[in-house]
Design a protein around this ligand. Structure first.
Ligand SMILES: Cc1c2[nH]c(c1CCC(=O)O)Cc1[nH]c(c(CCC(=O)O)c1C)Cc1[nH]c(c(CCC(=O)O)c1C)Cc1[nH]c(c(CCC(=O)O)c1C)C2
Length: 370
């Protein structure tokens, strides 16, 4: 087993396991990225995926927000992208500046499934991610835990068929409604790779795994039960066993199914320790539905970071009060990734206010907010 430095701050892991904490841990989806000038500096003229494939650079970028917001962020998330999985399955994915990811040859017909690699050698194809994780764990020196992640099967299938981001989801909806059996075959192929990929991230040193189902909200409640939930469940069922078979201890798991507010009850019973919430959820309602089954994570509107300092403060107070003061089964985050034009000093204000409000005794929270 790999020896890493002992943890100095394990708030995130304790909260994820459901243990009480002195204040809620906080991290922010996409905390390493385009709103930080040092990200652009480190990236330079490198292609986005070239940065992901360079463990030293990926480690540097991962550490940037943790170092800038020292003693504020309670986790690092490895710098990579969900689309490295389709690449490992044999697809070409390019990152086009100011546009986003693009697949020159998306899967458009069921016969295209034959183009995907079978028996993907995850260690060979994605070894650079595992190297970046091990290096970052060492460099973090126990400061905060390191989160690994993967896209969820439904979200990855959407990208692989649409060929990039989408507004109408015409192609993937064609698959769902015209080729449901082939869709399930593809989802299963992706799931098998994701399980092995996440297990190897844990072997390399990841201390929590988050599954991003960013396009969950494109499915109706009944289709979510067919094309997303069963595969999310397979991941949470199989992952601990696969990790153990490799001689390692399972880690807490988080599922973030953006837009799938209707599925919160099911997600609380899907085998994950933590359920991430977007900003469409009312915290008090979410707590009622979860009823202590999982740790909740979220959920301030990322757009609030464009507001005044006073607005950010009141949004933070509302969020933390809504989650009952946050000392039990709660992790602070935004409801989705931080957006590019946020002023890094406004992000600092957000984090400072979370730390201040999250450290208050419940009786000291502003009375009108409880
Ligand atoms: C910094 C960055 C990333 N990806 C992309 C960028 C911008 C690239 C650049 O222009 O420099 C392109 C990049 N990658 C993707 C997109 C979205 C494109 C679209 O709208 O479909 C973009 C612009 C696809 C992607 N990629 C990811 C998701 C899931 C989370 C989410 O919903 O936001 C998704 C959907 C995950 C992701 N992606 C990234 C991380 C790093 C760790 C961190 O959070 O700090 C993570 C976790 C990093």
């Amino acid at each position: 087993m790999t020896d890493f430095p002992p943890m100095q701050n394990d708030l995130l892991l304790r909260a994820a396991r459901g243990e009480p904490v002195e204040r809620p841990p906080m991290w922010v989806m996409r905390q390493a990225g385009r709103y930080l000038p040092e990200y652009h500096e480190a990236k330079g003229k490198n292609d986005f995926f070239a940065c992901c494939r360079n463990p030293q650079l990926a480690c540097t970028i991962t550490l940037q927000p943790v170092l800038r917001y020292k003693n504020l962020l309670d986790a690092a998330i490895i710098f990579s992208d969900i689309l490295v999985v389709p690449q490992a399955m044999g697809m070409t994915v390019e990152m086009i500046e100011h546009k986003g990811p693009s697949f020159p040859n998306p899967l458009r017909k069921p016969e295209d499934l034959e183009k995907l690699s079978t028996n993907v050698d995850v260690k060979k194809e994605l070894g650079y991610v595992f190297d970046a994780i091990s290096l970052t764990r060492r460099e973090l020196n126990g400061m905060v835990p390191l989160i690994g992640f993967s896209g969820a099967p439904w979200t990855l299938m959407s990208y692989m068929i649409e060929g990039g981001g989408s507004k109408m989801f015409i192609h993937v909806k064609t698959w769902v409604f015209k080729y449901p059996e082939e869709s399930k075959r593809l989802l299963q192929m992706i799931t098998d790779v994701v399980v092995e990929y996440c297990a190897e991230q844990v072997v390399a040193g990841a201390q929590l795994i988050q599954i991003f189902d960013s396009w969950a909200g494109e499915l109706s409640p009944s289709d979510f039960k067919i094309f997303s939930l069963p595969y999310l469940r397979q991941i949470s069922n199989r992952l601990p066993e696969v990790i153990k078979s490799k001689g390692f201890e399972p880690v807490p798991m988080t599922v973030f199914a953006k837009g799938a507010w209707y599925a919160l009850d099911d997600l609380c019973d899907s085998g994950y320790n933590v359920v991430g919430l977007d900003w469409l959820h009312d915290p008090a309602e979410a707590i009622k539905i979860a009823n202590g089954r999982v740790t909740l994570q979220g959920n301030m509107d990322p757009g609030a970071l464009y507001g005044t300092r006073e607005t950010i403060t009141s949004e933070v107070e509302r969020m933390i009060s809504g989650f009952g003061g946050g000392k039990q089964k709660y992790i602070v985050n935004l409801g989705h990734g931080i957006t590019p034009l946020v002023d890094p000093e406004d992000m600092r204000w957000f984090l400072e206010e979370v730390k201040r409000v999250g450290s208050l005794e419940e009786k000291s929270l502003p009375a009108t907010l409880i």
